[in-house]
Design a protein around this ligand. Structure first.
Ligand code: RUB
Length: 305
C-alpha cells in the first residue's frame, strides 16, 4: 500500500487517513510526508505566494485528519522546516528531498526498534499486544526470526478490531497467536511475560497515548507485575506538551460502535485513544535506544526544531 502513495493526490491521502484506510501512527506520518511531496510536485504555477498558501492548506488539511497522532504534525514539521519559499522550483526540490528523507528515516528507525525490542524478548515468552502496531509487531518478529520460540496474545481492539490485522500478520509469519476480546485481558494476564504496544503520541512526562483500552491493559499488567514496553520512534514525542498543551483525544463517529438508530435517546461515545500514565510503563524503545518514560523530556529536547 505504501508504494501506492506516490500516485495519490494530497487530498486523496488526507481522505484515506481520515477514513482510517491509512492507519497506525508510523504509516500516517509517512503518508503525510508523501502528501506534501505530491502537493509540491503537482503544483502548477510559478507564483511563490500561491505555492506557500497551497502548501499551508494541505498542511492544515492533513493535521485535521487524526488529531491524536503527533507523528503527523511532527512529520509535516520535518518536511517543511527550513523551506524559505523564495522560489517555487527550489522549494519544491527541498520539500521532495525532505519528504523522502523522512520516509527513509522512519523505516530505518523501525528496523532499529525491532532489533532493540526483539532482543529483550526471551525464548518461551508470551507477549500481549493491543491494537495493531507495526513497531510492536516488528520487535516480536525480530525475536521470532532470531529463533526464539515466543507466542502472542492479541486483543480484538474494539471498535475497529485492528487486532484482526495483528493476528493475521503474526499467523502469516508462523508465530503462534491467540485472539481475545478486550475484556479478557485481566483473565489472561497471569500467562503473560511482556506487554508490547505502540504509541500515537508520547507526552513530555512519559505518558503514552495509544489505542483506547491501552491504559486498562497497562493497569492490569502493573497489578500482575508484567512489564509494559512501548515501541515508538522519536517523532511520536510531543514537543507541545512541554509547553502545557494536552494531546487531544480523537472521538470518532458512534456508528463505529453500534448503529445509533438502534438506541434512540442514548448518547454513544467513541473515544479512540487513551492516555497511559508513565507510572505503568517500564520502557520506551526508540531508535535512539531504550529509555525510561521519565527521560521522554530529553528526547523532546534533542528533537529537530
Ligand atoms: C493505531 C494504534 C497503534 C499506534 C502505533 O490506532 O493505536 O498502536 O498508532 O502504530 P488506529 P505504529 O488504528 O486508530 O490508527 O506502531 O504502526 O506506528
Amino acid at each position: 500500500m505504501e508504494e501506492e502513495l506516490n500516485s495519490l493526490s494530497p487530498h486523496e491521502i488526507a481522505e484515506r487517513i481520515e477514513s482510517m484506510e491509512i492507519r497506525g501512527a508510523a504509516f500516517i506520518a509517512r503518508a503525510a510526508a508523501s502528501a506534501l511531496k505530491n502537493a509540491a510536485v503537482s503544483f502548477d504555477d510559478e507564483d511563490v505566494d500561491e505555492f506557500k498558501k497551497y502548501m499551508d492548506e494541505i498542511k492544515d488539511l492533513l493535521i485535521s485528519t487524526r488529531p491524536s497522532a503527533v507523528s503527523l504534525p511532527n512529520a509535516i514539521r520535518y518536511v517543511l522546516s527550513g523551506i524559505d519559499f523564495e522560489d517555487v522550483e527550489n522549494a519544491r526540490e527541498k520539500i521532495t528531498k525532505r519528504s523522502e528523507d523522512f520516509i527513509m528515516n522512519s523505516h530505518d528507525a523501525g528496523k532499529k526498534i525491532a532489533e532493540y525490542g526483539g532482543k529483550r524478548l526471551e525464548d518461551g515468552d508470551v507477549i500481549l499486544t493491543h491494537c495493531n502496531s507495526s513497531l510492536a509487531i516488528g520487535a516480536i518478529r525480530y525475536a521470532w526470526d532470531s529463533g526464539k520460540k515466543i507466542s502472542v496474545i492479541a486483543t480484538e481492539s474494539r471498535p475497529k478490531r485492528q487486532g484482526y490485522i495483528t493476528v493475521r500478520e503474526l499467523s502469516e509469519l508462523g508465530i503462534p497467536v491467540s485472539l481475545i476480546v478486550d475484556s479478557a485481558v485481566r483473565y489472561f494476564m497471569t500467562e503473560i511475560d511482556h506487554v508490547y504496544i505502540g504509541a500515537d503520541s508520547i507526552a513530555s512526562n512519559g505518558a503514552v497515548i495509544n489505542k483506547i483500552g491501552t491504559s486498562q491493559v497497562a493497569l492490569c499488567a502493573h497489578e500482575s507485575r508484567v512489564p509494559v514496553t512501548v515501541c515508538a520512534e522519536t517523532y511520536k514525542f510531543s514537543r507541545a506538551t512541554t509547553f502545557g498543551d494536552l494531546i487531544q483525544i480523537e472521538e470518532r463517529d458512534p456508528s463505529e460502535i453500534v448503529e445509533p438508530d438502534d438506541f434512540p435517546g442514548v448518547t454513544i461515545r467513541n473515544p479512540v485513544f487513551d492516555a497511559t500514565s508513565e507510572k505503568y510503563i517500564d520502557a520506551i524503545i526508540t531508535e535512539k535506544g531504550v529509555i525510561s518514560p521519565s527521560s521522554a523530556y530529553m528526547i523532546i529536547e534533542e528533537m529537530e526544531e
